[in-house]
Design a protein around this ligand. Structure first.
Ligand code: NAD
Ligand code: MG
Length: 395
């Protein structure tokens, strides 16, 4: 059988590299047809030389540098900027698009892939947080399959197979608790960038690693689950599970809990998405439960990590509130990574943002987008959150 064409948006990042590792083990079934990278041009060129895709998307102004790495006998089509991302998302030779971009820049490519009726494997949680109603409407209207790469959502997706949605009581997302799970609140003021960038279980890009340290990652994942699985906020629970072995679970009406477990390695959920409904080798060995011995679970501490409460508040506010929360968080993470604000300011500023959003909602004639029927409304809410963070954070 002809190999399936795979396009990867964000191939130079942590998820992108893991996706290529899984594909490299299964070249009889998959062919890389398009790749995108932003600034790591040498890495992208190495990937291109190995997999020889037809199409490459680059950051603006990077074509000359990229071409200098290619031999004369390999001349792929090259595109730059957002137009390049859209071209990869809609690449004719691709049947499946892996979206491994980080941040809100993923929204247009995700919608473009869906509009082109591609099967979408989504790692980019920010896009669905920002515009979940639009993404899910696109999925329904175009009858495409959307598969979650995010390990918790992938676990839920797996645990839902073979059962009826009406029989789901609730889901529980597991959270590692990040590097500061046990740190006293008084010590949060001394958290450095270096410490925040060291995740105990997962090796990931910088943005999601900081999100894990603030537990904003779990907040984004609550909103992601709300849209992906059409669940009410009260049907989504969070439990802290420091080992990151049990990746999440579905609780059914009859008292059954169906979970998915495995080594914390993103190649497993990536392989599941690529092959669904079949399974392929991912390079991850099954766990030895006897060697593991014990697993631990505890409730999240909302006092130290109010981020989880912000997610529920954003869902309750509705409209552009999740987009504003996400946009503000992206700005705050960047400011922290540039040493412009302390770690604690990320969460305190997001708390102020939630209060401002609540005030806005009760203000007659509020200009904030409280309905999300168009991408422009989602982008406006995202911008509102970004502006709030830029103005309020440095105090
Ligand atoms: P990363 O920072 O390692 O990689 C991001 C990729 O996006 C890179 O290829 C980069 O070139 C590209 N990119 C970034 N900004 C861009 C822009 N403005 N225009 C074009 N390309 C751009 O990130 P990651 O850790 O691989 O995470 C990717 C996504 O997957 C995130 O949404 C993250 O939340 C989600 N996710 C990651 C993991 C993980 O283990 N890394 C797990 C679950 C979910
Ligand atoms: Mg996750």
């Amino acid at each position: 059988m002809k190999p399936q064409g795979i396009a990867i948006l964000g191939s130079t990042g942590s998820i992108g590299v893991s996706t290529l590792e899984v594909i490299a083990r299964n070249l009889d079934q998959y062919q890389v047809v398009a790749l995108s990278g932003n600034s790591r041009i040498a890495v992208l060129a190495e990937q291109a030389l190995r997999f020889r895709p037809f199409l490459i998307a680059l950051g603006l102004g990077k074509t000359a540098e990229f071409m200098s790495f290619l031999p004369p006998d390999y001349r792929p089509r090259i595109e730059e900027g957002e137009a390049g991302l859209i071209a990869v998302a809609q690449c004719e030779e691709a049947t499946q698009v892996v979206v491994a971009l980080v941040g809100a820049c993923g929204i247009r490519p995700v919608l473009a892939a869906i509009a082109a009726k591609k099967r979408v494997a989504l790692a980019n949680k920010e896009s669905i947080v920002m515009a979940g109603s639009l993404v899910m409407a696109g999925v329904r209207n175009n009858k495409v399959v959307l598969l979650p790469i995010d390990s918790e959502h992938n676990a839920i997706f797996q645990a839902l197979q073979g059962s009826e949605r009406k029989d789901v009581a609730h889901i529980t997302l597991t959270a590692s608790g990040g590097p500061f799970r046990q740190l006293a609140k008084e010590e949060f003021a001394s958290i450095t960038k270096e410490r925040a960038l060291k995740h105990p279980n997962w090796s990931m890009g910088a943005k999601i690693t900081i999100d894990s340290a603030t537990m904003m990652n779990k907040a984004l994942e609550i909103i992601e689950a709300h849209w992906l699985f059409d669940l009410k906020a009260e049907q989504i629970k969070v439990v802290v599970h420091p080992e990151s072995i049990l990746h999440s679970l579905v609780a059914y009406k009859d008292g059954s809990l169906i979970a998915q477990m495995g080594t914390p390695d993103m190649r497993t959920p990536i392989a599941y998405c690529l092959a669904f409904p079949q399974r392929i080798a991912s390079g991850v060995a099954p766990l030895d439960m006897a060697q593991l011995g014990a697993l631990h679970f505890q409730p999240p501490d909302l006092e130290r990590f109010p981020s989880i409460a912000y997610a529920y508040q954003a869902i309750a506010l509705g409209g552009g509130a999740p987009a504003a929360l996400n946009g503000a968080n992206e700005v705050l993470v960047e400011l922290f990574l540039q040493d412009q604000i302390p770690f604690m300011r990320i969460l305190s500023c997001l708390g102020e943002l939630m209060e401002r959003l609540k005030q806005e909602k009760s203000t007659t004639g509020s200009q904030f987008p409280w309905t999300l029927d168009t991408l422009d409304q989602a982008l406006a809410a995202d911008q509102w959150g970004r502006k709030f963070a830029q103005e309020q954070a440095p105090c």
